[in-house]
Each structure stands twice: as C-alpha cells, then as structure tokens.
Design a binder for this molecule. Structure first.
Ligand code: NAG
Ligand code: NAG
Length: 403
C-alpha cells in the first residue's frame, strides 16, 4: 500500500525535521572583539562555558571576596534575554535552575536594557525579587542582534569560593510585559550549569550525576533509533518485497517475524530507558516525544498480538486482517521515525549522529523505492502473461500483488 509517492513524502518530511539552527558562539576571544561600551578585556580571567556558546569574564577580589563579572551570550532572538546565576545549594548535582540566585538582562518595555535579580523557585515563570547575594553595579548592553552582555558584582564569600561556586547560565527567546519567558529545553539549555573555581580559573560542567545521565540518554537514543528507526522499516521491506518471489515463501515470513520481534525487544528496552529518564526529569516534560513514544509502543504491542489472531491465507477475513496489519505497520514506522528525530532534537548530539541516521533512512527509503518499481514490474509482467486477478485467491506459485 505504500506507493513510491508516500516514500518520497516521508523523505521530504525527514529532511524538514533535520534543519536545526545552531547558536552563534560568544567564546572568550569572540566576545573580546564585540563593540561593547566598556572594554571586556579588563577582566583578569575568562572561561568559555560548556554550553550555549557563552563566556564568563571575571575578576575575583579576595580582599573583600567580591566577584566582578560579565557574561556574554547570544539570546535566541533580538527581543530575548540572557541570565547568569549562582546557586548556593551545597550539593552541585542539585544546584540547577531551582534555587538559582539570578541576574537576568533584557530590554524592558521602554527599550532600555536592564539587569534585574530573580530568586528562581519554580520552572516556567520568574518574578523579580531580592536574592541571597549582595549584588551591585548591575548593567547590561546589547552588542548586535541577540548578542548581549550582562555585568554585575557579587559578594560571594570566601568559604563558598574555596568550595567552588555553582554557576547556572541561560538564554531565552522572549520577554512579555517585562517578564522573561521560559527558555527552550534543549540539552544545551538544561546542561548550562557547572562549578566555577575562580581561583584556578577553571569551570567544570554539571554535577556528578550528569555524566551518567547523559550516557543513559545516549543509550536510550541508540536503542530506539536502531529499533523503531531502522529495524522496523527494514522488516517491512522484507515482508513487502521478498514475498513477490514464490521461492522466498515461507522464508520471508520467518525473516519478517524474526526482524520485527528483535526490533520490538530492543524497542521495549529503549522505551523502558525513556520512561526512567522521564521520571527523573523533574519539571521538564517533552510531551510530544513522550506521547508519541507511548503510542508507538502500544501499537507495536498490538501488532505482536495481531500475529496470534492471523486468519488462514484463504480465510475470507484475511484481506481485512492484512489491511489492518499493514496500516498499523506503516503508522508505527512513520511515528517511530518522527520520534527518533524529536529525540535527536532534544538530545542535540554531534551532527554526525543525525547525519548518520538520515543517511541510514535515506538508504532504506531508496532501496524501498527501487524494490517497489521492480516488484510492480514483475507483477505486471506476470499478470499480462497469466492474467491473474489482482487481490484474487492467490495460491503458492502465482503472482502476488505486493499488498
Ligand atoms: C571590593 O573590592 C572591589 C575592588 O577593589 C571594589 O570595587 C568593591 O566596591 C569592593 N566591595 C566591597 C563590598 O567592599
Ligand atoms: C527565595 O525563595 C525561597 C523559596 O521561596 C525562600 O526560602 C528564600 O528565602 C528566598 N530568598 C530570598 C533572598 O528572598
């Protein structure tokens, strides 16, 4: 039932899903050449932050434990915001957005660029409020477009400096009625935190638990991409095209069952890792990715049980069973592939992973289009030589429509 047109549509859909804009990097060196009012090079240190292409320029004065800093980053839009924060939570793994004592820079209603303080207590919305650090000389400026600089002085305390400061940074795309709005939830946004050692001038990213979580996310991604994204479509190709050849009967059937069942087992493992990641992700829910994942799993489970209810080849209901089984199969493949791309957009791995997956899918799609043409050629030739009725009671040895 999948004509080449459907496959081309699928390929077009995939290529449209695969265009992700990438952030412009404001590394230490790039930031120094920006047209800011006060030279940023006057700070004695600078660290390139591990995500969002941002950098932190600072001077630490140990005589009064004061940190003077400028944070430079690119907001996703010219009406966006940038933010830098300290989180006094003693456990670096828990020192994320919640509890952050933040300074947020943005253009207010009059067009003036302001830098205000926020005690961040919940995901989603923020309210201007005093913070637990004494801050002063808070200013902000816009270089060009979304490139912004936030400057402030923080009284940090010598003990905290000795332990390492938990810093959190962020960028967001919009401000409504003077209130910075929720930022995106890409990996780069979520991992925008780390421990800053102002004395040695180094920054380490993430808490201790973060590395293990990233590893689990990668495993989740690989299991699901291989299962729903590659093996399921491959199993469909086997069923759809091998059965045209009488000599491949019943081998195609066992191959198909073997391939889909292995894909299902791997897919269930990937699905379970996804559930665990979802349960751990407090406050951040990827609704589309999660819901598509649940639907795909449910449909695939139904598909496995459909095998048990399969009527005999010449049973009058077999035609309807076939329509149901094939329809569900194509739906699973489309949703599976869409969800792999949604997952890639969330995880933001190196581009080579995404390109690798696009190539794998394109090869499968190309093979399918080619086999589709070959199959119809074979079927039409047999039909003209034996004038077999399409969708008729075909027994072994006769031409089959690739339905
Ligand atoms: C700490 O020292 C810096 C630089 O000498 C100065 O600008 C700042 O005002 C001082 N802060 C306090 C709280 O004394
Ligand atoms: C920030 O919010 C928390 C939770 O509501 C509160 O316990 C804390 O005192 C607040 N900090 C400041 C400086 O207001």
């Amino acid at each position: 039932m999948a004509y080449p047109g459907h496959l081309l549509l699928l390929l077009a859909l995939i290529s449209s899903l695969s265009t992700i804009p990438s952030a412009i990097s404001q590394s230490c060196s790039a930031a120094r050449s920006l047209p800011f009012a006060n030279a940023i090079s006057l700070y004695s240190n600078c660290v390139d932050l591990s995500t969002l292409g941002a950098s932190l320029h600072y001077t630490y004065d140990p005589t009064n434990s004061t940190l003077s800093l400028s944070y430079v980053a690119t907001a996703p839009s010219s009406s966006g915001w940038i933010s830098w924060a300290l989180n006094p939570n003693p456990n670096p793994a828990e020192a994320g957005m919640i509890g952050a004592q933040a300074v947020i820079a943005f253009k207010d209603g009059t067009g003036a660029v302001v830098a205000k303080t926020y005690n961040v207590t919940a995901y989603g919305s923020v309210t201007e409020s005093p913070i637990s650090y004494e801050t002063w000389d808070r200013t902000a400026e816009v270089a060009t477009g979304g490139i912004m600089r936030l400057s402030a002085k923080f009284k940090v305390g010598a003990d905290a400096v000795a332990k390492g400061l938990n810093q959190v940074w962020q960028v967001g795309g919009s401000v409504a009625d003077g209130v910075p709005q929720m930022h995106e939830l890409k990996e780069g946004n979520k991992n925008a935190k780390g421990v800053l050692d102002v004395v040695s001038g180094t920054t380490t990213s993430g808490g201790s638990g973060e590395g293990a979580r990233t590893k689990r996310k990668n495993i989740h991604g690989i299991l699901n991409a291989v299962s729903w994204g590659i093996m399921f479509p491959f199993g469909i190709i086997i069923a759809r095209y091998l059965r045209t050849f009488p000599s491949a009967d019943p081998a195609w059937f066992y191959l198909h069952v073997f391939c889909q069942f292995s894909a299902y087992v791997i897919g269930v493992a990937g699905w379970a890792t996804g559930l665990k990641l979802g349960a751990e992700s407090k406050g951040i829910v990827y609704y589309y990715h999660r819901n598509i994942g649940i639907v795909v799993f449910a449909l695939a489970t139904l598909q496995i049980f459909a095998l048990l209810l399969r009527p005999k080849k010449d049973h009058k209901y077999r035609f309807y069973w076939n329509v149901y089984h094939h329809g569900l199969g194509y739906l699973i493949v489309v949703l599976g592939i869409v969800n792999v791309f949604k997952g890639i957009n969330i995880l933001q791995p190196d581009n080579k992973w995404k390109h690798g997956y696009i190539i794998a899918i394109a090869v499968l799609g190309g093979v399918a289009v080619l086999l589709e043409l070959v199959t119809w050629g074979v079927v039409l030739r047999r039909k003209s030589s034996r004038s077999t009725k399409p969708y008729g009671n075909h027994s072994n040895g006769q031409a089959r429509q690739p339905l």
